[in-house]
Each structure stands twice: as C-alpha cells, then as structure tokens.
Design a protein around this ligand. Structure first.
Ligand SMILES: Nc1ncnc2c1ncn2[C@@H]1O[C@H](COP(=O)(O)OP(=O)(O)OP(=O)(O)O)[C@@H](O)[C@H]1O
Length: 516
C-alpha cells in the first residue's frame, strides 16, 4: 500500500455513493446464512442480496479492492468468504468458525479495507483498523496478504510484532491506518509509549479484527486481549474468526462482540477438517518413536513435511533436528520454535515456504494459521494437547483446494485419543510401521548421539522435556507419564541412563508453552 497520499479525490465520489447504496439495499438479512440461501428463492422474492454472489466481482466492492483481488488471483469466493463478507460489509459484528485453510484471512481483510474506503479513510487519518494475530509469523503472513489486497488503496499499514527497537517501532507505527499486531507487543505500546499513542481511543476505530480467536485466549493471552479491548473505542466493528469452536472462543466473543452474526461454515459437514485431508495414526511404543520418525523422513525425501514435537520446551525439536541432520537424510531439515530470535524464525519460515521438499520440525508456534505452500504431510510425533490443537496442526496441509495427509504417533496407552478425534468428526485410519523401513532405521538416531558429544547434551534435555510435557498433559485419562519406559526411552535417545526428571509444580505450562 502506498504510504501517505491524500484523501480519495472527487473521481471516486460516484463509486462511493453507489457502493454505499448497494451495501445498504443488498445486505443479507441479519441472522441469515448466505450459504443456505437458494439463489432462485432470492430472485422470486424480488430482492437482490449479496447472498447470491459467488465471485468477489459480484459484491459491492471498490475498484481498488477488486484490483487487489485480481492481483492475488482470488476470483471465486470460498464458503467462509461467501458466508461472512456480506454481513461484514453491512457493518455487523461476525463470529465465524470455518475449517483450516478455508480462506478466513480474506474474509476479514476485504471488509476491513472496504469499511475504511467507504469511510473515506486515508493516509492523513490515524489508526482505523487493527488485526490481532497470535504469532509473529501469522502476522507477517496476514500483512503480506494485506499488501497485495490493498496495494491500490491510499492507506498505510504497519506490523507490530516486537523483536525491534520499541521506540523506533512506536515512531514508525504512529501514523499508520492499519496495524497487524501480536497482542503482547501491542499492549506494550499501549502501556509504554503514551507519546506515540498507537491506539487512540478518542478516535473512531471502525475495524477491529482479531483472527485465530482460540489461540488468542490460549497461553496466557486472555488478560492481554482483555486489556487491549479496553483501549478500543466502544463504537467499532469486530470480526472474530477461528477454525475450532471452543469455550475460549465463546469467551473472547462475549468480551469483544456486539450482537454478532454467528456463522459456522462446516458445522453440518461430516468432517471437522478439510475433506481432502486424510488422517492416519500409528500405535507404537515410545522407544520406537525416533526410529519410526527417521524411517518416515528417509522414505519421504520428495515430500514437504511439518513434524510437530513437544511444545513445552524447544529441546525436543532442537534434538531431533540435530540428530537427524547429523545422519544426513538427503532432504533439507529445518526447525522452528519460539526461543529462536525473531530474525531466525522469519528466515526459517521464509526458507520452508520456498522449498519444494523439506522437513520442518516445529513446536506449536507453527500450528495455527500459517499458510505454508504445498505441505503434503503433517506428522505429529508428540501428541497434541487436545483435539483443537490437532485440528490446527493438521490444518497446515490440505489448504484451500489442495490435498494432504496427516500422521499421528501415539503409544498404545494413548489410544483413547483416537476416540476423541472420532467424536469430533475426524476419522483416522490406523497404519502399521513398515517393517523394512523400521529395520533400516533401527537405532540410527541413538548412533548419531553416541558419536557426537555435542548432541548428547541436547538429547538429555530433550528427553526430560518430553517426559515433562507428557506429565503436564491436561487429559490424564489419555496421557500417563508414569507408564513411560524411561530406561528404554533413554537408550533410544542414545543415552546410557535415563536423566532425572524433576517433578513439576503446576501452572507454569501456559507460560512456558507461550514462549516455545
Ligand atoms: N477465494 C480464494 N480463491 C483462491 N485462493 C484462496 C481464496 N481464499 C483464500 N485462498 C487461499 O487459500 C489459502 C488458505 O487461506 P487462509 O490462510 O486465509 O486460510 P485460513 O482459513 O485462515 O486457515 P487457518 O485456519 O489455518 O488460519 C491461502 O493460500 C489463500 O491464498
């Protein structure tokens, strides 16, 4: 988006008048779900509404936004876009749940730009729209989509994601019309930089749009979100999107929305996840896990894979990455976790996006919202904490119209998790480890550790962090750390003896995981 240009000139006046007229006269009925509206019924009724629209070009959108959509090659709307954009254009608050990869980003960015355009917001005005994202990488990705979509608008936009000099950041964002921010950093600015006043509650803030709502309330963000919402003007429009419907989303909705339109795009569908996503699981003993994982990596050299490991501490990710790299698998291995410096995290994110074949070992910092192109496999080597996290992790594949596969490694005692998935409309097929692969992979990781003193220390920390993460799983009926075969596990990590695992006091999990 060009920075600092004047207000839209008189040439836009006719377009503005027409758009304002159409937005009022063609808005879908409040409370209606445009996906369920029969086009013929609407015509017989004599009322033309956006409910009929299948393409962006059929909506009352500015030429500038349409040009941005054409630039991004976005023509036909996805279901969540059809279901929500009409309501949002009509100025209503929206609470929407739709599967991963279904196009939620455009569903909130298009109405945001349109709202500012119809309000004749320009670079001379101050903050008009706010997008809150749980992670820096997702903020960056949203910012990129905003840049493409908004390139013809005379609005300025900035990222508030931390990792840079705060004063410099405050000065940079002060004149911005739209901010894409992570909650912690945003609140920091609100609290600390009164002079730059990035959020000025005395001015109207028409759009306020926190996506990925469930994650925002995880990991200790709840208080931060509440504090941010306090600072926003009461008169505002808020759109809340998530891929899962949880109690936490309902909490955030009640904090932030006013008379929202409830849209659940895939509630009636047989599957809670994208239809082209195939789910698999394997039941294996914990001490076999590294071998099975190594076997998987070696037999999928032509694939792009994300492998999720324990998120409590990055040690597990760092260890598997180091041990497998030492074994030279014949495919690029990358790792992503919250303890990396921001520049490093962004570099890994960009590198993985660009690769055709690679394996990314990651904690849950990569689980939500990130749109890595063409990921074929999501492997969950360490179990997710709940079904919602499972949905977000596997949602990194099979995005939009692509297909993808997911593999979950569980120990036999954790089998009940499969029943929880099935109760949540996720059917997973059991796979058995391939014997040939397993024989070839046997004890390879352990050998790497024994041969490399530097990896041994990481292996010890990884094992401790893995055991602690199982201990801290909230669902005690499924996850039982006391049944873990510590000595056998240690041997599979290349260690002679099991390291001592301190018993844990509760409560620190959310804080620790938030960093990782
Ligand atoms: N109308 C469209 N036409 C073509 N491609 C689209 C359209 N809408 C979205 N996409 C593409 O689909 C992919 C997924 O979109 P997006 O990242 O917005 O999904 P999401 O619903 O936010 O996913 P998650 O729940 O994982 O955050 C992106 O690559 C995006 O460019």
């Amino acid at each position: 988006m060009p920075r600092r240009q004047g207000r839209s000139g008189g040439g836009d006046a006719d377009e503005l008048a027409e758009l304002r007229e159409r937005v009022i006269s063609e808005a879908p009925e409040a409370g209606s779900n445009p996906l369920l509206t029969d086009a013929e019924e609407v015509e017989a009724d004599g009322k033309v509404t956006f409910s009929r629209a299948r393409r962006f070009s059929e909506l009352p959108l500015s030429r500038r936004t349409l040009a941005g959509l054409a630039r991004g090659k976005w023509e036909k709307m996805t279901d969540v876009q059809r279901a929500t954009i009409g309501h949002a254009l009509a100025g209503r608050d929206v609470l929407a749940a739709a599967r991963t990869g279904s196009g939620k980003t455009l569903a909130f960015l298009v109405p945001l730009l349109e709202l500012l355009w119809r309000e004749r917001w320009s670079a001379l005005d101050r903050l008009g729209g706010l997008v809150v994202s749980p992670t820096r990488e997702l903020a960056l990705q949203i910012f990129d989509v905003l840049r493409t979509l908004g390139q013809k608008h005379d609005l300025s936009a900035g990222l508030v994601i931390g990792g840079k000099d705060q004063q410099e950041e405050a000065a940079r964002i002060a004149p911005m019309n739209i901010l894409v921010a992570t909650p912690g950093r945003l609140l920091h600015h609100i609290d600390q930089t009164a002079a730059s006043r990035p959020l000025d509650a005395s001015e109207a803030t028409p759009g306020s749009l926190p996506p990925q709502a469930d994650r925002l309330l995880d990991l200790g963000f709840k208080q931060t979100m509440a504090a941010i919402l306090e600072e926003l003007p009461r008169k505002r429009q808020t759109l809340l999107f998530s891929a899962t419907q949880t109690r936490r989303v309902a909490d955030l909705a009640s904090l932030s929305l006013s008379e929202p339109q409830y849209i659940s795009v895939h509630a009636a569908s047989k599957t809670a996840t994208p239809t082209r996503l195939q789910h698999h699981h394997m039941l294996i003993e914990p001490e076999q896990k590294l071998d099975v994982l190594w076997g998987f990596v070696r037999s999928h050299l032509q694939a792009k894979t994300i492998c999720f490991l324990s998120s409590l501490h990055p040690a597990q990710v760092a260890f598997v990455h180091a041990a497998f790299s030492a074994l030279r698998p014949g495919v690029s291995l990358l790792c992503l976790h919250g303890r990396q410096k921001q520049m490093k995290r962004l570099a890994v994110y960009t590198e993985f996006c660009a690769k055709k074949h690679a394996v990314l070992f990651a904690t849950d910092v990569a689980a939500r919202g990130l749109d890595f192109p063409t990921v074929q496999w999501v492997v969950q080597a360490d179990a997710p904490e709940d079904v919602a996290t499972y949905i977000h992790r596997t949602g990194r594949t099979a995005r939009h119209t692509a297909s993808g596969r997911a593999l979950l490694l569980l120990s036999p005692s954790e089998k009940a998790f499969v029943d929880q998935l099935s109760a949540a409309r996720i059917a997973t097929q059991r796979l058995r480890p391939n014997k040939q692969q397993a024989d070839a992979a046997r004890a390879q990781a352990a050998t790497a550790v024994r041969e490399r003193a530097d990896i041994k220390y990481t292996a010890q920390r990884a094992l401790v962090s893995y055991v602690r993460s199982v201990k801290l799983q909230a669902d005690k009926a499924v996850f039982d750390a006391s049944s873990l075969p510590l000595q056998k596990l240690a041997e599979s990590y290349g260690l002679a003896a099991a390291p001592r695992v301190r018993s844990l006091s509760g409560g620190g999990k959310a804080k620790e995981a938030a960093k990782n």
